[in-house]
Write a protein that binds this ligand. Structure first.
Ligand code: PSU
Ligand code: MN
Length: 307
Protein backbone atom coordinates (compact mmCIF):
# COMPACT_ATOMS: atom_id res chain seq x y z
CA UNK A 1 0.00 0.00 0.00
CA UNK A 2 1.09 3.56 -0.72
CA UNK A 3 2.15 5.64 2.28
CA UNK A 4 -0.79 7.54 3.71
CA UNK A 5 -0.69 11.33 4.08
CA UNK A 6 0.83 12.58 7.32
CA UNK A 7 -2.56 13.56 8.79
CA UNK A 8 -3.90 9.96 8.82
CA UNK A 9 -3.95 8.11 12.17
CA UNK A 10 -4.70 4.43 11.65
CA UNK A 11 -4.92 2.60 14.98
CA UNK A 12 -2.33 -0.13 15.53
CA UNK A 13 -5.04 -2.76 15.58
CA UNK A 14 -6.53 -1.69 12.25
CA UNK A 15 -3.10 -1.26 10.66
CA UNK A 16 -2.10 -4.75 11.71
CA UNK A 17 -5.32 -6.28 10.43
CA UNK A 18 -4.85 -4.56 7.06
CA UNK A 19 -1.23 -5.61 6.83
CA UNK A 20 -2.07 -9.26 7.47
CA UNK A 21 -5.21 -9.34 5.30
CA UNK A 22 -7.51 -9.87 8.30
CA UNK A 23 -11.11 -8.66 7.88
CA UNK A 24 -11.80 -5.00 8.66
CA UNK A 25 -15.17 -3.19 8.56
CA UNK A 26 -15.33 0.60 8.31
CA UNK A 27 -18.08 2.54 10.12
CA UNK A 28 -19.22 6.11 9.54
CA UNK A 29 -19.52 8.81 12.18
CA UNK A 30 -22.26 11.14 10.90
CA UNK A 31 -24.78 8.67 12.24
CA UNK A 32 -23.16 9.31 15.66
CA UNK A 33 -22.99 13.10 15.55
CA UNK A 34 -25.97 14.00 13.37
CA UNK A 35 -28.06 10.85 13.02
CA UNK A 36 -29.03 9.90 16.56
CA UNK A 37 -29.41 11.63 19.94
CA UNK A 38 -26.94 11.25 22.82
CA UNK A 39 -26.42 8.79 24.52
CA UNK A 40 -28.07 6.27 22.16
CA UNK A 41 -25.62 7.34 19.43
CA UNK A 42 -22.50 6.40 21.40
CA UNK A 43 -24.06 3.26 22.87
CA UNK A 44 -25.08 2.10 19.40
CA UNK A 45 -21.66 2.86 17.93
CA UNK A 46 -19.98 0.82 20.66
CA UNK A 47 -22.32 -2.12 20.32
CA UNK A 48 -21.94 -2.21 16.53
CA UNK A 49 -18.16 -2.32 17.04
CA UNK A 50 -18.66 -5.23 19.44
CA UNK A 51 -20.87 -7.09 16.97
CA UNK A 52 -18.22 -6.70 14.26
CA UNK A 53 -15.58 -8.10 16.61
CA UNK A 54 -17.86 -11.01 17.50
CA UNK A 55 -18.12 -11.64 13.76
CA UNK A 56 -14.35 -11.98 13.57
CA UNK A 57 -13.54 -8.60 11.98
CA UNK A 58 -11.87 -5.43 13.26
CA UNK A 59 -14.10 -2.31 13.33
CA UNK A 60 -12.64 0.95 12.01
CA UNK A 61 -14.88 3.91 12.76
CA UNK A 62 -13.79 6.88 10.65
CA UNK A 63 -13.93 10.58 11.55
CA UNK A 64 -11.81 13.74 11.56
CA UNK A 65 -10.67 14.80 15.03
CA UNK A 66 -8.71 18.01 15.45
CA UNK A 67 -7.93 17.94 11.74
CA UNK A 68 -6.57 14.39 11.79
CA UNK A 69 -8.20 11.59 9.84
CA UNK A 70 -8.89 8.80 12.31
CA UNK A 71 -9.27 5.26 11.03
CA UNK A 72 -10.35 3.54 14.23
CA UNK A 73 -11.69 5.61 17.11
CA UNK A 74 -11.32 5.06 20.83
CA UNK A 75 -14.19 5.45 23.28
CA UNK A 76 -13.21 9.00 24.29
CA UNK A 77 -13.19 10.11 20.67
CA UNK A 78 -16.61 8.54 20.05
CA UNK A 79 -17.93 10.25 23.16
CA UNK A 80 -16.53 13.58 21.94
CA UNK A 81 -18.28 13.22 18.58
CA UNK A 82 -21.48 12.00 20.20
CA UNK A 83 -21.81 14.89 22.68
CA UNK A 84 -20.55 17.95 20.84
CA UNK A 85 -22.87 20.17 18.86
CA UNK A 86 -20.17 21.85 16.75
CA UNK A 87 -19.03 18.76 14.87
CA UNK A 88 -19.00 19.38 11.11
CA UNK A 89 -20.87 17.04 8.79
CA UNK A 90 -18.28 16.06 6.24
CA UNK A 91 -18.95 14.85 2.76
CA UNK A 92 -16.28 14.63 0.02
CA UNK A 93 -16.32 18.39 -0.61
CA UNK A 94 -15.77 19.29 3.05
CA UNK A 95 -12.83 17.09 3.98
CA UNK A 96 -9.95 19.42 2.98
CA UNK A 97 -11.38 22.25 5.09
CA UNK A 98 -11.86 20.12 8.23
CA UNK A 99 -8.31 18.79 7.90
CA UNK A 100 -6.65 22.11 7.05
CA UNK A 101 -8.51 24.03 9.78
CA UNK A 102 -7.94 21.38 12.46
CA UNK A 103 -11.64 20.84 13.07
CA UNK A 104 -13.72 17.94 14.36
CA UNK A 105 -15.93 16.43 11.70
CA UNK A 106 -18.09 13.38 11.27
CA UNK A 107 -17.93 11.59 7.96
CA UNK A 108 -20.99 10.77 5.86
CA UNK A 109 -21.20 7.64 3.73
CA UNK A 110 -19.41 9.48 0.91
CA UNK A 111 -16.48 10.74 3.00
CA UNK A 112 -16.20 7.46 4.93
CA UNK A 113 -15.96 5.50 1.66
CA UNK A 114 -13.29 7.84 0.36
CA UNK A 115 -11.17 7.60 3.52
CA UNK A 116 -11.76 3.85 3.97
CA UNK A 117 -10.53 3.31 0.43
CA UNK A 118 -7.50 5.49 1.13
CA UNK A 119 -6.63 3.32 4.12
CA UNK A 120 -7.32 0.05 2.27
CA UNK A 121 -10.63 -0.93 3.92
CA UNK A 122 -13.05 -2.51 1.46
CA UNK A 123 -16.21 -3.13 3.49
CA UNK A 124 -18.27 -0.54 5.30
CA UNK A 125 -21.44 -0.84 7.40
CA UNK A 126 -23.96 1.94 7.94
CA UNK A 127 -27.69 2.53 8.51
CA UNK A 128 -29.00 4.02 5.31
CA UNK A 129 -27.36 5.79 2.40
CA UNK A 130 -28.21 9.26 1.23
CA UNK A 131 -30.06 9.37 -2.08
CA UNK A 132 -32.35 11.41 -4.28
CA UNK A 133 -34.58 13.56 -2.07
CA UNK A 134 -38.28 13.87 -2.76
CA UNK A 135 -38.77 16.98 -4.89
CA UNK A 136 -35.23 16.74 -6.31
CA UNK A 137 -36.62 17.74 -9.71
CA UNK A 138 -37.02 21.20 -8.14
CA UNK A 139 -34.22 21.27 -5.52
CA UNK A 140 -31.54 19.13 -7.23
CA UNK A 141 -30.90 17.62 -3.76
CA UNK A 142 -29.14 14.37 -4.56
CA UNK A 143 -26.72 13.01 -1.97
CA UNK A 144 -23.03 12.91 -2.78
CA UNK A 145 -23.19 9.34 -1.44
CA UNK A 146 -24.50 8.16 -4.81
CA UNK A 147 -21.63 9.73 -6.77
CA UNK A 148 -19.12 8.30 -4.30
CA UNK A 149 -20.59 4.85 -4.83
CA UNK A 150 -19.98 5.40 -8.53
CA UNK A 151 -16.28 6.04 -8.15
CA UNK A 152 -14.90 4.46 -4.98
CA UNK A 153 -14.46 0.69 -4.72
CA UNK A 154 -15.94 0.10 -1.27
CA UNK A 155 -18.89 -2.18 -0.49
CA UNK A 156 -21.50 -0.37 1.60
CA UNK A 157 -23.83 -2.53 3.67
CA UNK A 158 -26.99 -0.61 4.58
CA UNK A 159 -30.71 -1.16 5.15
CA UNK A 160 -31.65 0.41 1.83
CA UNK A 161 -32.62 4.00 1.31
CA UNK A 162 -34.70 5.89 3.84
CA UNK A 163 -38.27 6.15 2.72
CA UNK A 164 -38.00 9.91 3.21
CA UNK A 165 -36.06 9.83 -0.05
CA UNK A 166 -37.43 9.20 -3.51
CA UNK A 167 -36.51 5.51 -3.64
CA UNK A 168 -37.45 4.84 -7.28
CA UNK A 169 -35.33 7.83 -8.37
CA UNK A 170 -32.48 6.70 -6.11
CA UNK A 171 -32.47 3.25 -7.74
CA UNK A 172 -32.55 4.85 -11.19
CA UNK A 173 -29.54 7.01 -10.28
CA UNK A 174 -27.62 3.99 -9.00
CA UNK A 175 -28.29 2.22 -12.27
CA UNK A 176 -27.22 5.26 -14.30
CA UNK A 177 -24.04 5.58 -12.26
CA UNK A 178 -23.19 1.91 -12.73
CA UNK A 179 -23.50 0.99 -9.06
CA UNK A 180 -24.64 -2.57 -8.40
CA UNK A 181 -27.48 -2.75 -5.85
CA UNK A 182 -27.65 -6.14 -4.18
CA UNK A 183 -30.43 -7.10 -1.80
CA UNK A 184 -29.64 -9.74 0.79
CA UNK A 185 -32.26 -12.47 1.06
CA UNK A 186 -35.20 -10.51 -0.34
CA UNK A 187 -36.82 -9.89 -3.69
CA UNK A 188 -37.68 -6.34 -2.70
CA UNK A 189 -35.41 -3.33 -2.18
CA UNK A 190 -35.78 -2.35 1.51
CA UNK A 191 -36.78 1.09 2.79
CA UNK A 192 -34.65 1.40 5.94
CA UNK A 193 -37.30 1.23 8.72
CA UNK A 194 -39.49 -1.03 6.55
CA UNK A 195 -38.71 -4.23 4.68
CA UNK A 196 -40.78 -3.17 1.71
CA UNK A 197 -40.52 -0.33 -0.77
CA UNK A 198 -42.71 -1.77 -3.53
CA UNK A 199 -39.63 -1.97 -5.78
CA UNK A 200 -37.93 -5.18 -6.89
CA UNK A 201 -34.33 -6.01 -5.94
CA UNK A 202 -31.99 -5.16 -8.80
CA UNK A 203 -29.87 -8.18 -7.71
CA UNK A 204 -30.53 -10.71 -4.99
CA UNK A 205 -28.03 -12.88 -3.12
CA UNK A 206 -28.80 -15.21 -0.24
CA UNK A 207 -25.37 -15.63 1.32
CA UNK A 208 -22.47 -13.44 2.42
CA UNK A 209 -20.19 -15.69 0.44
CA UNK A 210 -22.05 -14.97 -2.80
CA UNK A 211 -21.78 -11.24 -2.09
CA UNK A 212 -18.03 -11.57 -1.44
CA UNK A 213 -17.66 -13.46 -4.73
CA UNK A 214 -19.48 -10.69 -6.57
CA UNK A 215 -17.26 -8.01 -5.01
CA UNK A 216 -14.12 -9.95 -5.81
CA UNK A 217 -15.20 -10.38 -9.44
CA UNK A 218 -16.03 -6.69 -9.71
CA UNK A 219 -12.50 -6.00 -8.55
CA UNK A 220 -10.79 -8.42 -10.93
CA UNK A 221 -12.81 -6.87 -13.78
CA UNK A 222 -11.12 -3.61 -12.89
CA UNK A 223 -14.36 -1.78 -12.11
CA UNK A 224 -13.61 1.07 -9.76
CA UNK A 225 -17.16 1.62 -8.56
CA UNK A 226 -18.51 0.64 -5.18
CA UNK A 227 -21.25 -1.85 -4.41
CA UNK A 228 -24.41 -1.28 -2.46
CA UNK A 229 -25.65 -4.15 -0.31
CA UNK A 230 -29.11 -3.62 1.12
CA UNK A 231 -29.89 -5.78 4.12
CA UNK A 232 -33.59 -5.55 5.00
CA UNK A 233 -34.35 -4.81 8.64
CA UNK A 234 -35.52 -7.92 10.57
CA UNK A 235 -39.30 -8.36 10.53
CA UNK A 236 -39.36 -8.21 14.35
CA UNK A 237 -37.80 -4.72 14.29
CA UNK A 238 -39.47 -3.12 11.29
CA UNK A 239 -42.06 -0.38 11.16
CA UNK A 240 -44.38 -1.24 8.27
CA UNK A 241 -44.40 1.08 5.30
CA UNK A 242 -48.04 2.15 5.80
CA UNK A 243 -47.21 3.31 9.34
CA UNK A 244 -44.08 5.22 8.35
CA UNK A 245 -45.54 7.01 5.34
CA UNK A 246 -47.74 9.59 7.18
CA UNK A 247 -44.84 10.51 9.52
CA UNK A 248 -42.45 10.91 6.60
CA UNK A 249 -44.94 12.99 4.63
CA UNK A 250 -45.58 15.25 7.65
CA UNK A 251 -41.86 15.71 8.37
CA UNK A 252 -41.08 16.42 4.71
CA UNK A 253 -43.84 19.03 4.49
CA UNK A 254 -42.66 20.71 7.71
CA UNK A 255 -39.08 20.78 6.44
CA UNK A 256 -40.20 22.48 3.26
CA UNK A 257 -42.26 25.08 5.16
CA UNK A 258 -39.35 25.73 7.53
CA UNK A 259 -36.96 26.15 4.58
CA UNK A 260 -34.61 23.38 5.76
CA UNK A 261 -32.16 22.62 2.97
CA UNK A 262 -28.75 21.23 2.10
CA UNK A 263 -26.70 19.40 4.71
CA UNK A 264 -29.18 20.15 7.45
CA UNK A 265 -32.07 18.36 5.78
CA UNK A 266 -31.29 14.69 6.48
CA UNK A 267 -30.46 15.19 10.21
CA UNK A 268 -33.50 17.44 10.62
CA UNK A 269 -35.85 14.89 9.06
CA UNK A 270 -34.41 12.02 11.11
CA UNK A 271 -34.95 13.92 14.35
CA UNK A 272 -38.45 15.00 13.40
CA UNK A 273 -39.44 11.46 12.38
CA UNK A 274 -38.02 10.15 15.65
CA UNK A 275 -40.40 12.48 17.50
CA UNK A 276 -43.38 11.75 15.25
CA UNK A 277 -42.94 8.00 15.83
CA UNK A 278 -42.38 8.50 19.60
CA UNK A 279 -38.90 7.03 19.34
CA UNK A 280 -39.87 3.92 17.39
CA UNK A 281 -37.87 4.99 14.37
CA UNK A 282 -34.77 5.33 16.55
CA UNK A 283 -35.25 1.83 18.01
CA UNK A 284 -35.57 0.44 14.48
CA UNK A 285 -32.52 2.42 13.37
CA UNK A 286 -30.42 0.92 16.19
CA UNK A 287 -31.58 -2.62 15.33
CA UNK A 288 -30.86 -2.31 11.63
CA UNK A 289 -27.37 -0.91 12.01
CA UNK A 290 -26.45 -3.80 14.29
CA UNK A 291 -27.74 -6.26 11.73
CA UNK A 292 -25.73 -4.48 9.02
CA UNK A 293 -22.57 -4.71 11.14
CA UNK A 294 -23.10 -8.46 11.46
CA UNK A 295 -23.53 -8.98 7.70
CA UNK A 296 -20.60 -6.69 6.84
CA UNK A 297 -18.29 -8.66 9.15
CA UNK A 298 -19.36 -11.88 7.47
CA UNK A 299 -18.72 -10.50 3.96
CA UNK A 300 -15.35 -9.08 5.09
CA UNK A 301 -14.35 -12.49 6.44
CA UNK A 302 -15.10 -14.19 3.10
CA UNK A 303 -13.31 -11.45 1.18
CA UNK A 304 -10.20 -11.66 3.32
CA UNK A 305 -10.00 -15.36 2.43
CA UNK A 306 -9.93 -14.57 -1.26
CA UNK A 307 -7.00 -12.13 -1.25
N1 PSU B 1 -28.69 7.21 7.75
C1 PSU B 1 -29.01 7.30 9.05
N2 PSU B 1 -28.50 8.31 9.77
C2 PSU B 1 -27.67 9.22 9.22
C3 PSU B 1 -27.32 9.13 7.83
C4 PSU B 1 -27.87 8.12 7.15
O1 PSU B 1 -29.75 6.49 9.58
O2 PSU B 1 -27.21 10.10 9.93
C5 PSU B 1 -26.34 10.09 7.24
C6 PSU B 1 -25.23 9.31 6.51
O3 PSU B 1 -23.99 9.75 7.01
C7 PSU B 1 -25.40 9.70 5.06
C8 PSU B 1 -25.91 11.10 5.21
O4 PSU B 1 -24.20 9.63 4.33
O5 PSU B 1 -26.86 10.98 6.28
C9 PSU B 1 -26.54 11.64 3.94
O6 PSU B 1 -26.67 13.01 4.06
P1 PSU B 1 -27.06 13.88 2.77
O7 PSU B 1 -28.46 13.45 2.44
O8 PSU B 1 -26.97 15.32 3.24
O9 PSU B 1 -26.07 13.55 1.70
MN1 MN C 1 -28.26 16.87 0.11
Amino acid sequence: MQALPEYFDVTAEVAQALATGAPVVALESTIVSHGMPYPENVETALSVERIIRDGGAIPATIAVIGGRVKVGLNEDELERLGRASDVLKLSRADLPHAIAAGRDGATTVAATMLLADGAGVRIFATGGIGGVHRGAERTFDISADLYELARTPVTVVCAGAKALLDIPATLEMLETLGVPAIVYRSGEFPAFWSRESGLPSPLRFDSAQDIARFVQTQRTLGLSSGTLVANPIDSADEIPREEMEPCIAAAAAEAQDAGIRGKALTPWLLERIDRLTSGRSLTANVALIKSNGRLAAEIAAFLSNTV
